[in-house]
Design a protein around this ligand. Structure first.
Ligand SMILES: Cc1cc2nc3c(=O)[nH]c(=O)nc-3n(C[C@H](O)[C@H](O)[C@H](O)COP(=O)(O)OP(=O)(O)OC[C@H]3O[C@@H](n4cnc5c(N)ncnc54)[C@H](O)[C@@H]3O)c2cc1C
Ligand SMILES: *[C@@H]1O[C@H](CO)[C@@H](O)[C@H](O)[C@H]1NC(C)=O
Length: 551
């Protein structure tokens, strides 16, 4: 046998083998009753087969990984979905809901994948992933000052599409442009215009959803209760949100930003103290976030606390300077600190992107860097005494990680009633704390180290933050909140967590949940079911799932 022949045979064998294997997986996939069910729901003009990825598909891993935003959940031991359905049409979502329910799969819904605890793509129940990234159309109508936005869109895309049509409109939403609309808006969503316009969910006029029975509904057909729940109550507990109709807000053609940093030797303590008394009382056009971290002092080389003040002012620099001189003189803001720019440019400034970058950078769907991370949140209801600040600095220097961001409320945030939408943190809350730990090294031990540091600072802050309940922000997902694992019953555990996120609104959410996604019909059983046919994941139930993974 000639050498050529041998080569041909040798290359043929794997090819033949591969194609046999490939046929076998296709056959076994479509023999699977769940996949069969999905394929059977395909509509002639919207074939579903190209939206299905099973672990046998070569693109499965890259599809799964492309929206993992916390590397803690990009590990070999992270539970993986039975399949991924990258919906291309509403009918695909309906098929997912109907078949997931009839075949006993938990469904995870992912839009931008920024969930801090990976709840949009991790579960220890038998689950599949409904991925929304293909459904991301944005339809801006300046005349009516509204836009229809599909939930797979990112915030950056929303900002860019608005700015493309108008220099004087914007939308109040988060700082990070790669965050998805689906998780962000359904969990309230705040950004640097919240003191003027409230949270994102305060600016929603209508929505299109697929409910737990697979029906495509809008605001009128879903009714006001469900429409209320999906504006801050967490989307996945109630429905798949396909699109939101958002209300655009007015912004001036020029806004002003600044970022000023002070360390302890530069009187940071006094300046922070003044910030504590004015930040939530300032004109609502002015938002000044305070960022606290530990750095090496330029003067002594020793560790010190740095307070950075980053701001958005919906107005010009002269008006900003006069407000600052009158209300917050200790910061010593000068004209040269202030930069005037369009509102959409200010998004780049806040995201720390060089200002000469084209605004098209907002269309990038992948963040420049990915980290391992842990977040926690708190609410502050009274300024912290100076001695308290000093003790916090000492603790921060001891731990080094995490950083803290203080985001002031007041203004419109304090005017909206706590029951208006499920997000309850309104009047009385002066600012929200975010605890931030990012790290670069893989491994459970490293993760535990940083998570532990974050818990330590959170614990240390107890005397200075809200009590009974200790409030928390749903969108800063934190699996620690479920730590009363051995409480009396699951409903009771759910209540303890739910009160932190929703306060009194928790009870209305449970009632709505029981109506729209009934398990055995009673209120008590709403959140305590272990039935796998439970299609939507209540957060409280998911928390328990994640905890079991960790324990
Ligand atoms: C880098 C970074 C910056 C952030 N900055 C801010 C900020 O400035 N302001 C702020 O408020 N938050 C911020 N967050 C938090 C962010 O708002 C939440 O993590 C939000 O839930 C992310 O939405 P997503 O669609 O990207 O996430 P996903 O992980 O896709 O989803 C989050 C949750 O919502 C559910 N969900 C997603 N899509 C749908 C849908 N279509 N229908 C029903 N349920 C759905 C998921 O199942 C999951 O439970 C930030 C997060 C990160 C990682
Ligand atoms: C996620 O994990 C996969 C598989 O180990 C790896 O190839 C990929 O680089 C990881 N992603 C990131 C951003 O580290």
């Amino acid at each position: 046998m000639g050498i050529l022949k041998a080569v041909v045979v040798l290359t043929l064998i794997p090819t033949v083998l591969l194609s046999v294997l490939w046929r076998a997986t296709l056959d076994s996939d479509s023999n699977n009753p769940f996949i069969r069910c999905i394929l059977d729901h395909s509509l002639p003009y919207h074939p579903i087969s190209s939206a299905i990825y099973t672990p046998q598909s070569s693109a499965y891993s890259s599809v799964l990984e492309s929206y993992i935003r916390n590397l803690r959940f990009n590990e070999s031991w992270t539970p993986k979905p039975f399949l991924i359905l990258t919906a291309l049409h509403e009918s695909h979502i309906q098929a997912a809901v109907t078949c997931g329910k009839s075949h006993g799969f938990r469904m995870k819904i992912r839009s931008g994948g920024h969930d801090y605890e990976g709840f949009s793509y991790v579960s220890n129940a038998r689950f599949f992933l409904l991925d929304m990234f293909n459904l991301r159309s944005i339809d801006v109508d300046i005349e009516s000052e509204t836009a229809w936005v599909q939930t797979g869109a990112t915030l950056g895309e929303v900002f860019y599409r608005i700015a493309e049509k108008s220099k004087t409109h914007g939308f109040p939403a988060g700082i990070c442009p790669t965050v998805g609309v689906g998780g962000h808006v359904s969990g309230a969503g705040y950004g640097n215009m919240m003191r003027k316009y409230g949270v994102s969910a305060d600016n929603i006029l209508d929505a299109v959803i697929v409910d737990s029975r697979g029906r495509l509904l809008d605001r009128q057909s879903m009714g006001e209760d469900l429409f209320w729940a999906i504006r801050g109550g967490g989307g996945a507990s109630f429905a798949v949100i396909v699109a939101y109709k958002i209300k655009l807000v007015r912004v001036p053609e020029r806004v002003t930003v600044f970022q000023v940093e002070k360390t302890l030797v530069e009187d940071a303590t006094d300046i922070v103290d003044q910030w504590q008394h004015v930040s939530y009382n300032l004109p609502e056009e002015l938002f000044i976030r305070l960022m606290l971290d530990v750095v090496k002092s330029r003067q002594s080389g020793e560790k010190t606390v740095r307070a950075s003040f980053i701001s958005l002012f919906l107005g010009d620099s002269d008006s900003l300077l006069s407000v600052m001189n009158e209300r917050f003189p200790k910061l010593g803001l000068s004209k040269s600190d202030c930069i005037e720019m369009s509102w959409v440019k200010s998004v780049l400034f806040w995201y720390n992107i060089p200002l000469d970058t084209d605004n098209k950078v907002l269309l990038d769907r992948t963040p420049p860097t990915l980290n391992y991370l842990k977040r926690k949140s708190d609410y502050v209801r009274e300024p912290i005494p100076k001695a308290g600040l000093e003790s916090i600095w000492k603790k921060m220097i001891e731990l080094e990680t995490p950083r803290m961001y203080f985001n002031p409320y007041g203004g419109k945030m304090a005017e909206i009633a706590a029951e208006e939408i499920p997000f309850p943190h309104r009047a009385g809350n002066l600012w929200k704390i975010q605890y931030i730990a990012n790290w670069k090294e893989a491994g459970v031990e490293t993760a535990n180290h940083y998570i532990d540091l974050t818990r330590k600072l959170h614990e240390f802050m107890t005397p200075f933050v809200s009590k009974n309940p200790r409030q928390a922000f749903l969108n800063y997902r934190d699996a620690d909140l479920g730590s009363n694992y051995h409480a009396k019953g699951l409903y009771e555990e759910a209540r303890v967590q739910g009160m932190k996120w929703f306060m009194g609104n928790f009870y209305r959410l449970v009632k709505i949940k029981t109506e729209v996604d009934p398990i055995r019909g009673t209120r008590k059983e709403c959140c305590s079911t272990v039935s796998l046919s439970f299609i939507f994941q209540g957060y409280w139930k998911d928390l328990l799932t994640i905890l079991r993974l960790i324990i």
